[in-house]
Design a binder for this molecule. Sequence first.
Ligand SMILES: Cc1ncc(COP(=O)(O)O)c(C=O)c1O
Length: 368
Amino acid sequence: MEHHPETELVHGGRPQGPGSTLNHPVVLNSTYRAGGPRGYGRSGNETWDALEEVVGALEGGEAVAFASGIAAVTAVLDQVPPGGAVVASKPIYMGSWGQLEERAAQGRIAVRWVDMTDTAAVLEAARGAALIWVETPSNPTLEIFDIAAICAGREPGTRVAVDGTFTSPLLQRPLELGADVVVHSATTLIGGHADLLLGVAVGDAALAEAMRTHRTDYGAVPGSLEAFLALRGLRTLAVRLERAQANAAALAAMLEAHPQVTRVLYPGLPGHPGHALAARQMAGFGTMLSFEVAGPPERATAVCQSVEVFGHATSLGGVESLLEHRGAKDWERRMGTPEGLIRVSAGIEHPDDLVRDLAQAIDRACAG
Ligand SMILES: Cc1ncc(COP(=O)(O)O)c(C=O)c1O
């Protein structure tokens, strides 16, 4: 029977049959007795399989779990042949940008940076390219890119990879929109509790096999406990997302009305340039937003230091709301992120507490 994704993520990946454990156990094991389908623990593990089964079903492909999100990114970028061209946008997640810059500097690939909101420019730049790297919504400026249009217009030999970390498999299904591969930092929304590092990449059988081989050969294997925890986190993703998205919308509304806030970046706001596309492409506007306050960039640091409910920390997608003066980071400046930009990850606390806390932090920082 076909299930809704919300049901699949609760029931998928569980052992079946009388007497079986309801949860997949944490299999702590490095090798297998000879003669069976498995040999060495670096090539596969039953707990990884359980997580991969659920993520693969949600995305509509074959999932491969990695030690971290950036390991999944690496496995995808390593599929680009020597000298191949990659089309990408800035700003994006600093680790992906850093890898692209470094690979280009080493002469391993060529990178063509584009404004990815301009689909025609993307397709023009993608002539003869090996890969288009689409991070949407982008980190940390929440730009929205048209996955379906990019996929429909690219040349047959050009792969499209989507970093779906800000959406999770529940809010956006890039493979259905024509992409070849989707990657997630499962450290964030999938795990949901800031207690693990893990990544997942999902593609068709051939690409998944190539990524599994990459994982085995280069060794970015997830821990079994991390895979177990990621699957446990995934079980509650639908309800966490519901609350966190509502909280993000409430925060965005408060920020838009705040006299000291000069800009709010949240795809759920009707004034966001990607709003209509996000409404079409995503099943919700997500849990991430960014904003700027009036005055010098140091004020943004002061806002982050004045919160009482939010955590002042990097990362995202957990039950706890976090914020960070992202624009202060050297790499963000190099990518063109506004200096005063504050990035917010909405958690699942009571909305009133979050709205009040952020408003008082802004008031305090701007008064001081
Ligand atoms: C969009 C995006 N992609 C990839 C990553 C890397 O994931 P990880 O920290 O799990 O390596 C992150 C981390 O926050 C991210 O935000």
